[in-house]
Design a protein around this ligand. Sequence first.
Ligand SMILES: O=C(O)c1cc(=O)[nH]c(=O)n1[C@@H]1O[C@H](COP(=O)(O)O)[C@@H](O)[C@H]1O
Length: 235
Amino acid sequence: MQKPIIVALDHDRLDDALATSDLIDPALCRVKVGKELFTSAGPAAVNALHQRGFDVFLDLKFHDIPNTVAKAVLAAADLGVWMVNVHASGGEAMMAHAASALAQRNLPTKLIAVTVLTSMSESDLKQVGVDSGIDAQVLRLATLAQRAGLDGVVCSARESAALREALGDEFLKVTPGIRPSFAAVDDQQRITTPAEALTNGSTHLVIGRPITRAKTPREALALIQREVEGVLSTR
Ligand SMILES: O=C(O)c1cc(=O)[nH]c(=O)n1[C@@H]1O[C@H](COP(=O)(O)O)[C@@H](O)[C@H]1O
């Protein structure tokens, strides 16, 4: 069975993250450990989630010189995580170095690259000197990531259809900025519903606050799961 949902366990205490993880089923979803949880709890967070049967996406968005990023990616893979990410704007050499470090050690960890953060709008991108527009910048960075040998990218689901067209179905499109109809937008800019994301070609949906901040996270996940199954059952 496909497991497109990745629940972002964005808590700053391991106890809270594990309490949320106890409300969700590793047979139905994966989990993401990000900067907040990893900075406070470290590898113990990853180990505890592995023990509970979850695949872990370690979202530390590495962005540094090629040697440093490759070593950080290897250290993440040595924790046994399912997926790890870097910033594509670190460049092709940085991404290729990390991908070949994993390949040389025959490590199965998937490596993906963040294109344009889903919290950024067209004008935010202009402010940091990118005038080409979001769609062009996402496609440019995703093409670089594919050429560097990565497994996929993080983008918003608004860009998934164009990436599927240009880079194929197999190249992973991991999409945060997912907002079911019942959830608040928060600080995200380029949002879609779960169903829209899958229809556009997203392979994975990263969902945090709509589940972790819900009154009943278990129910929120069940609602999203139903929406996802509605799309998958038509394939
Ligand atoms: O790499 C990511 O996971 C990521 C990239 C991106 O462009 N936007 C983005 O929101 N994320 C992460 O996805 C999660 C989204 O959480 P919610 O906005 O609460 O659903 C957070 O953990 C973010 O760090």
